[in-house]
Design a binder for this molecule. Structure first.
Ligand code: GTP
Ligand code: MG
Length: 217
């Protein structure tokens, strides 16, 4: 290959790398906007929105490189786009478990979001007790070159699951040593307590709804 050609190719690769964070940022903005519309619609229709709060982030380059290494992929743009699904990430925290499934059903039915993968750690918690529902989705971004579907990870949780996951993250997520068994067991117990809290709140909501319906009739 001619030397200028090598330079040209490399320059193009660098350009592509530079464009990538912007691409994911725009895709995340689009997703944020869609969720915002859902929130408003729900609020208008039902008088409250089941979405408590939403947080988005773009993965740090250092974390992307670490994840590529951990998964054993060569560091190319193609591998990055294909194998790292959470460069654009969103966390949606809902009040009730039921609302998470309602939201997921809605997202699956939309034509402007492709749901590529569902990992239901609510129905099937991780061995450490972690609960959440993860979606890998693709969002269409209309560019000059045409439409490009950009991947994003959406984590859906209740407030109680978010409390547990945030605490566990602070305590030891990706901690590289083995935990003393009693610590692991107590954390798992805390996850069960969070689950019970969610169920209790759901029961209370049902009861309150029934009360207000019987008063209204
Ligand atoms: P990575 O864990 O990111 O390598 O991806 P994965 O392919 O294993 O996907 P998974 O759906 O299991 O996890 C994706 C993300 O969910 C993580 O990056 C965390 O943000 C979150 N997560 C998964 N497991 C746990 C956990 O045990 N504790 C906490 N606090 N967060 C978790
Ligand atoms: Mg993981």
């Amino acid at each position: 290959m001619q030397k200028w050609q090598v330079h040209e190719d490399f320059a193009k690769q660098v350009e592509n790398f530079k464009a990538l964070p912007a691409l994911y940022r725009h895709a995340l903005n689009e997703l944020e906007n869609k969720i915002d519309v859902i929130r408003t619609e729900w609020q208008v229709r039902d008088g409250f929105s089941p979405i408590e709060h939403v947080k988005s982030r773009i993965k740090e380059p250092k974390s992307i490189v670490q994840k590529m290494e951990r998964k054993g992929h060569d560091f190319t743009l193609e591998n990055m786009e294909q194998h790292i699904h959470d460069i654009a990430g969103m966390r949606i925290v809902c009040a009730f478990v039921k609302d998470i499934y309602r939201l997921v059903d809605h997202l699956c039915a939309r034509e402007d979001i492709r749901v590529l993968e569902i990992k239901d750690y609510i129905a099937h918690p991780k061995p450490n007790g972690y609960q959440s529902l993860h979606l890998i989705v693709a969002i269409p971004l209309v560019l000059l070159e045409g439409t490009r579907w950009v991947k994003a990870e959406i984590q859906l949780r209740t407030l109680a699951m978010d409390f547990w996951a945030s605490m566990e993250h602070i305590l030891y997520y990706k901690f590289d040593k083995q935990l003393p068994p009693h610590v692991a067991e107590e954390l798992k117990e805390a996850a069960r307590a969070a689950d019970e809290l969610d169920q209790k709140m759901l029961r209370l909501r049902r009861e309150i709804l029934e009360l207000s319906e019987s008063e209204g009739s």
